[in-house]
Design a binder for this molecule. Structure first.
Ligand SMILES: Nc1ncnc2c1ncn2[C@@H]1O[C@H](COP(=O)(O)OP(=O)(O)OP(=O)(O)O)[C@@H](O)[C@H]1O
Length: 310
């Protein structure tokens, strides 16, 4: 049997992070204490998380024709991602995020979409054979929405939408989603209902299911995740208590792991699959960095994942 295909359509960007005693005022130049460059972008993060778990992964994305585009492709190859559908856009930069982190934890972020903004419906057409045959197709909202919508319309497998960053104007795609996965703030924006606890998340699940998705998952940081499928009781899946070192990209680890276990363990109940995805995401918060914090050699289902019906 062919190894099931995980296809991610989405963003990749480079994070340039400076650390400083405080955030600079307008017009001010400050001495920073540390500088760090890392590979990010939700699409690439999710694809790398799945690849590190042994998934047969393909990333459809655009990088610029600058040094960062080429470096990003090398990074993806090292992680085991198939890069034959990573395209270079001429005369455009690779997407970047310029981040300043102050000692008190405040940050300032400027994002330049660059090549990510050029991922188009024509790219979906060019990769139609791959998209339509994907066992699971993952999309997010860091690349043009109409491109993701087009891809979701043609895929015949499982479609997993991570509706991040949060937006409320994406209802058209929801009936095409097998699974919608959001965090608390994204759920609040989309459901127009404040989500800050397990109970309010369960209320938002109902609202989101009524918008047309088959299954909705809301991740809740250290509280794990809640999920529901139409006409079924919502379930809260717990995660382990750990001392977090860096939670950046935990949501992406969760999505990549969820996709991987959904297709490699089809016979398992969803609460176990979500439990394993939580475990992977929780492991990632115990290490610094984003893609570098995602586990390799992880074996799921070695233990019982605790859950409760709501
Ligand atoms: N402090 C924590 N302790 C244990 N697990 C955590 C913690 N924070 C996150 N996780 C794990 O990561 C998953 C996703 O976390 P969260 O809901 O914070 O996503 P997110 O807000 O999209 O994350 P980020 O924006 O940082 O990538 C959780 O369901 C949980 O399994």
């Amino acid at each position: 049997m062919n190894n099931p295909k995980i296809v991610v359509l989405g963003s990749c960007s480079i994070d340039f992070t400076t650390y400083a005693p405080r955030l600079p005022n307008p017009g001010e130049t400050l001495h920073g204490t540390k500088f760090n460059t890392s590979f990010g972008g939700k699409g690439a993060n999710q694809c790398v998380a799945a690849a590190k778990l042994g998934g047969n992964t393909f990333l459809i994305c655009r990088v610029g024709d600058d040094q960062w585009g080429q470096k990003y492709i090398e990074n993806l190859k090292t992680a085991g991602v198939n890069v034959s559908h990573v395209y270079k856009t001429q005369n455009v930069t690779t997407g970047i995020a310029q981040i300043t982190v102050a000692e008190n934890g405040e940050n300032q972020i400027v994002i330049v979409l660059g090549a990510n903004g050029h991922l188009s419906k024509a790219d979906v057409k060019a990769t139609e054979a791959l998209i339509s045959s994907a066992d699971v197709l993952i999309g997010q909202l860091e690349t043009p929405f109409e491109t993701t919508l087009e891809a979701f319309k043609i895929n015949k497998g499982l479609k997993l939408l991570n509706a991040a960053p949060g937006r409320s104007d994406i209802k058209e795609i929801l009936p095409y989603c097998s699974i919608l996965c959001v965090n608390e703030s994204e759920a609040s924006i989309l459901a127009k209902h404040n989500v800050d606890s397990v109970m309010t998340a369960a209320e938002a699940l109902k609202i989101l299911l009524n918008l047309g998705c088959e299954t909705v998952v809301i991740t809740l940081g250290e509280k794990g995740a809640v999920y529901a499928t139409k006409n079924e009781t919502p379930i809260h899946v717990f995660c382990e208590t750990v001392v977090p070192v860096d939670t950046t990209g935990a949501g992406d680890a969760f999505v990549g792991a969820l996709a991987t276990f959904l297709i490699s363990n089809k016979e398992r109940p969803l609460h176990q699959i979500i439990g394993a995805a939580c475990e992977v995401a929780t492991l990632s918060v115990t290490k610094e960095g984003t893609q570098t914090s995602y586990p390799t050699n992880y074996i799921p289902f070695r233990k019982e994942y605790h859950y409760e019906m709501l």
